[in-house]
Design a protein around this ligand. Structure first.
Ligand code: PGA
Length: 252
């Protein structure tokens, strides 16, 4: 945790479920909120399920986010969704540059930065994802890779606009494997130094989330690490009980 930073527990539902299942999951999260005191909560359904999720929350107290947005404001971009459309649908956040988008759609740091600019212009808080591959970690490049991703993916007004960074080692996503707590703390310390250096006065309190196989059994230890200000949760966010247990693991 970082002093004076309220943690954020974000659920990335990815491309899962039916409308009915999304509504039930959102309702399950809403119904179990009493046990969660120390963190803000966010759920990120697929575009088609945003509306039922937002309706279930009554637009609050759990925030809603998209999983991607266009870098363009509007117009002839078939299949894309703009940041303003997400805001209009009740979103307060948008995940950008997830490694699955970087891999599946070839998204570059420059494109992620353009999307973050569009998100901020529409009043959304971008959650920009970074993280090394297993080969990059094995060759000792992990910190340099992440530092370069931060330099390329974050626009100049990122920290001032309360942008969030999620460190998600690619090899830890959906695998059940996580870095050691020491490795997570070391990476988050490096990210903090990069952000404080680039955004003096704001980067010191930018929320830094950890993501990659976070589950109820490892959440408390990870969330207690210095400079870990929450989690981006994939698989475990698809069960309301597990997502709430992770959120309840944040020290109150
Ligand atoms: P996971 O996914 O929790 O299933 O590892 C995390 C993510 O991709 O955001």
């Amino acid at each position: 945790m970082t002093p004076d930073v309220r943690p954020l527990i974000a659920g990335n539902w990815k491309m899962n479920g039916t409308l009915r299942e999304a509504a039930a999951l959102a309702e399950g999260v809403r119904a179990g909120l009493e046990g969660v005191r120390g963190a803000d909560l966010l759920i990120c359904p697929t575009f088609l399920h945003l509306h039922v999720a937002a309706a279930s929350m009554g637009w609050k107290p759990v925030a809603i986010g998209g999983q991607d947005c266009s870098a363009e404001a509007n117009g002839a971009h078939t299949g894309d969704v703009s940041a303003a459309m997400l805001a209009d649908a009740g979103c307060g956040y948008v995940i950008l540059g997830h490694s699955e988008r970087r891999a599946d759609h070839g998204e570059s740091d420059a494109l992620v930065q353009a999307k973050a600019r569009a998100a901020i212009a529409a009043g959304l808080i971008p959650i920009v994802c970074v993280g090394e591959t297993e080969a990059q970690r094995d060759s000792g490049e992990a910190e340099a890779v992440v530092a370069a991703q931060l330099a390329g993916s974050l626009p100049p007004d990122f920290a001032g606009a309360k942008g969030v960074v999620a460190y998600e080692p690619v090899w830890a996503i959906g695998t059940g494997r996580t870095p050691t707590n020491d490795d997570i703390a070391a990476m988050h310390g490096r990210m903090r130094a990069e952000l404080a250096g680039r955004f003096p006065g704001a980067g010191e309190t930018t929320r830094l989330l950890y993501g990659g196989s976070v589950k109820p059994s490892n959440a408390a230890a990870i969330l207690a690490l210095p400079n870990v200000d929450g989690a981006l949760v994939g698989g475990a966010s698809l069960k309301a009980e597990d997502f709430l247990a992770i959120a309840a693991a944040v020290p109150a």
